[in-house]
Design a protein around this ligand. Structure first.
Ligand code: NAD
Ligand code: ZN
Ligand code: ZN
Length: 343
């Protein structure tokens, strides 16, 4: 192993990533060094590279939090993973393990958490470090390019769907059929929900239908998408998951709810939206946010994949294409998920 590796580095929020030679990191006591084979490209990587959010990453950094590869070295206190094992990174890189949130199975809310490809270097490189106590363990024998998108998109929508408090047979709306949304349709179908899908692009809606959506609405072509969804679902959806990267999608999803329904916000456009107090109160609506998933959610989401219930639509590209891929994501031109080959 040489001491240098190739990685895609963000040096400024206003410039493209640069493919550079950087030192291969050395694992600390609980860490594992992983040779990355594939990494999914999440819209969060784009928000990170552009510095979109209130808390920005410190420059320079390597994005990527859907990396899948093989453990090549471990720190001296590592017991959970071994050399040769397939593991991934995830947005939740590590948490403190001791706060009220960590103690109660909500490590995703830990104020001390570290995030891959944001507060720590991520998977857009030939090697990455993971915390062996938190990294996803990839089930044996699965295709690493296909499983990569489960590590963020999959676990996030799986957890988000659970948080809609719906049951089998209920209608759920998936708003935004991109990387997260097209996988959300599949988890929802696997969980026995009836799926309504909304996007602003017919190609994305066709993808939703291929993955099992029963009804689809193009929000750009229908004058009142919420009313149309109320009609198509016989009185509104029981739950909604908003993955769209556009503020308009959020009040539309609230408007599509049936009385007593829950909307789960997952997409992170740096915007606000108005919430009608009267309707929210009288119809007993719930609006909540959801951030990725815990280690337990991750194991469950990966198990759905291993049992053949989830088939991300992926396009594989070399890491060298990362800037083109981010531009395509920005312009809404990605079908499903792009997975970059890092080795
Ligand atoms: P993506 O770019 O692949 O998909 C976004 C989709 O939204 C596209 O299909 C686009 O056509 C659609 N869209 C745009 N405007 C719309 C509108 N008005 N109505 C409906 N659909 C519309 O992005 P992604 O990788 O799926 O990520 C989606 C968002 O989720 C990002 O903001 C990302 O940062 C966020 N995210 C959140 C979490 C979390 O834990 N909460 C985890 C991962 C990603
Ligand atoms: Zn992500
Ligand atoms: Zn904690």
């Amino acid at each position: 192993m040489s001491d240098l590796m190739k990685a895609a580095v963000v040096e400024s929020f206003s410039q493209d990533l640069r493919i550079e030679k950087v030192p291969v990191p050395t694992p600390g006591p609980f860490e594992a060094l992983v040779r990355v084979e594939f990494s999914g490209v999440c819209h969060t990587d784009l928000h990170a590279a552009r510095g979109d959010w209130p808390v920005q990453p410190s420059l320079p950094f390597v994005p990527g939090h859907e990396g899948a590869g093989t453990v090549v070295a471990v720190g001296d206190r590592v017991t959970r993973v071994h050399v040769g094992q397939k593991v991934g990174n995830a947005w939740l890189a590590a948490a403190c393990g001791e706060c009220d949130f960590c103690e109660s199975g909500w490590e995703t809310l830990c104020p001390q958490q570290q995030n891959s490809g944001y507060s720590l270097n991520g998977s857009f490189g030939e090697f990455m470090l993971v915390d062996s106590r938190y990294c996803p363990i990839i089930p044996e024998g699965v295709d690493l390019a296909s499983v990569a998108p489960v590590l963020c998109a999959g676990v996030t929508v799986y957890k988000g769907l659970k948080r809609t408090d719906t049951k089998p047979g209920d209608w759920v709306l998936i708003s935004g059929i991109g990387g997260l949304g097209h996988i959300a349709v599949q988890y929802a179908v696997a969980m026995g929900r009836q799926v309504a899908a909304v996007d602003v692009d017919d190609a994305k809606l066709a993808l939703a239908q291929r993955h099992g959506a029963a009804v689809v609405v193009n929000a750009r072509e229908v004058s009142d998408p919420a009313a149309r969804l109320q009609e198509l679902t016989g009185g509104g959806v029981h739950g909604a998951l908003v993955t769209a990267v556009n503020g308009h999608a959020f009040p539309q999803a609230v408007g599509a709810l049936r009385r007593g329904g829950t909307v789960v916000l997952v997409g992170l456009p740096p915007e606000q939206f108005p919430l009608d107090i009267f309707t929210t109160v009288l119809f007993g609506l719930t609006v909540r946010g959801s951030i990725v998933g815990t280690r337990r959610d991750m194991a469950e989401a990966l198990d759905f994949f291993a049992r053949g219930k989830i088939h991300p639509t992926i396009t594989t590209r070399p890491l060298a294409d990362i800037n083109d891929v981010l531009h395509e994501l920005e312009e809404g031109r990605v079908d499903g998920r792009v997975v970059v080959r890092c080795d």
